[in-house]
Design a protein around this ligand. Sequence first.
Ligand SMILES: *Cc1c(COP(=O)(O)O)cnc(C)c1O
Length: 386
Amino acid sequence: MRIHGEYVIYCKNMIKEVPVNSFSLNGNEKEYLQECIDTGWISGEGPFIDKFEKTFSQYIGRSHGVAVSNGSAALDVAIVAAGIGKGDEVIMPTFTIISPALSVVRAGAIPVLVDSDPVTWNMDVSQVERKITPKTKAIVIVHIYGLPVEVDEVLTLAKKYNLKVIEDAAEMHGQTFRGKKCGTFGDISIFSFYANKVINTGEGGMILCDDISLANRCKKLRNLAFEPGGPRFVHYEMGYNYRMTNMQAALGLAQLEQIEMLLNKKSAIGKYYHEHLKFLINRGYQLPLQSTDYAENIYWVFGLVAPDEKEKNKIIEYLKTRKIGNRPFFWCMHEQPVFKEMDLFKDERYPVAEKLARNGFYIPSGVGLTQEELETVSKTICEFYG
Ligand SMILES: *Cc1c(COP(=O)(O)O)cnc(C)c1O
């Protein structure tokens, strides 16, 4: 400990890590999981799956829920079930997680990208109409970080041009747009229950819709496209094994019972950061918009956009030394090496999204975050700026 180097290491080890994500499993999770083990229902069959599909779809306000293994799987199924296929164009934001773009490309369709709104960070809906061509089949809306897309405009366009709407509400558990729940706006809508989402099943997802034949089609695709009522092991199309396990559904059901508490927690974290980090605005930072005329921010994550990339790198480096977890923002679809390799989005530029991707990052905001950790995060950022 007297040797300088070792002393530094000793001090560093004294700093407690604040994870970028942390969850809370303090309800009936254990009891329901125990039930899975006691009854032997641990596979993609079992009573919790149906229960979770029913209660979650009811909570959102849709007629049917189809639970799947994760949110990306939900998108794969949703895109195919919506009838999107070879040569179809699908409009979507460039600033998103890659999942919806992957689903579209895998279906043989072409993602057509739209830049972001600089204030809400969502797809700039005023730029959608000029992207519509005779080949356009659907619009994918992806609600980003805590505020919904301006859904009204998208729905108007979808109606005018007869387009399908796929809604990626993975981050929007409980959020509303003009008082109506996110997850009700797509012909098909999807959620993720990945460990960093508001309701968490470790890995998990759900497809929601109101059309029974569409729901049955999703159920079929989820389960290797077995023919319902047909001869077993004879298949007429390529399905997936995207089944959710009864254990995941057990977690989901227990989490859903606590959703109001979880949402309140997120909201309190967002408000705390706003209060304690507003000085960053004078330093050229952008904080998440607290509300719009159509929604209050639910702060799925608390994003910060630094004035430039250099400043972002500096603070991220500092947060790393202080063991404060953080994540960069999404990287744009038109700048993804995997898509460039496929000759997609050649020479396309989306300046707003590019800036968000380069300068944005988010700080710890998991529902398991303690008050002490919350204070540590804001104190550390204040410290950095003296
Ligand atoms: C998390 C997320 C997904 C993917 O969900 P997984 O369950 O991780 O596959 C899709 N879309 C958005 C917007 C997400 O945030």
